[in-house]
Design a protein around this ligand. Structure first.
Ligand code: HEC
Length: 131
């Protein structure tokens, strides 16, 4: 009996702690990589985001400090989001770092908020137009 206790505790933890984690992961918008996106009120982002009014200000705020040809020395000028065309050309990696890896902007900087992610996703799904 004494030797079974640790095993029982282990099983208890497996069932009661890990199962909810698996369930949460399964239910929380894995397609986007960010669990938060599934919780966003769809009304929080504009229905038809435009580059000029919605996307560019977000890219400007979160990315251009480093990813621009005018960026501070030593920053990442080789990945630049100075125009709509450049941003679209780089979209694959943009999506990867922002949606899948949640690694940009780097370090402790504020990441994009859920409604901003939804807005970007919508813009891209609707064709990513540059107007
Ligand atoms: C404070 C500076 C800074 C900001 C702001 C920043 N980045 Fe970066 N970024 C870097 C640095 C430095 C690297 C190269 C080293 C690395 O990958 O961490 C990089 C690399 C990248 C890469 C290349 C792929 C990779 O993983 O190495 C992509 C794509 C990228 N950033 C996207 C973005 C996007 C999108 C934003 C805005 C949401 C952003 N970055 C904001 C500094 C920054």
């Amino acid at each position: 009996m004494r030797f079974q206790t640790p095993l029982t505790t282990f099983e208890f933890v497996m069932r009661n702690a890990l199962l909810p984690i698996f369930l949460t992961a399964a239910l929380s918008g894995c397609a986007m990589g960010s669990g938060e996106l599934a919780d966003v009120d769809p009304g929080a982002a504009p229905d038809t985001p435009t580059w000029t009014e919605h996307v560019e200000p977000v890219v400007n705020f979160y990315c251009r400090g480093c990813h621009s040809k005018d960026a501070q020395p030593g920053a990442q000028e080789d990945v630049a989001y100075d125009s709509c065309a450049e941003t679209k050309r780089e979209w694959g990696e943009f999506r990867e770092t922002v949606f899948d890896e949640n690694s940009m902007p780097p370090g402790g900087a504020d990441r994009l908020r859920p409604w901003e992610l939804m807005m970007l996703a919508r813009w891209w799904e609707q064709g990513g137009t540059c107007d």
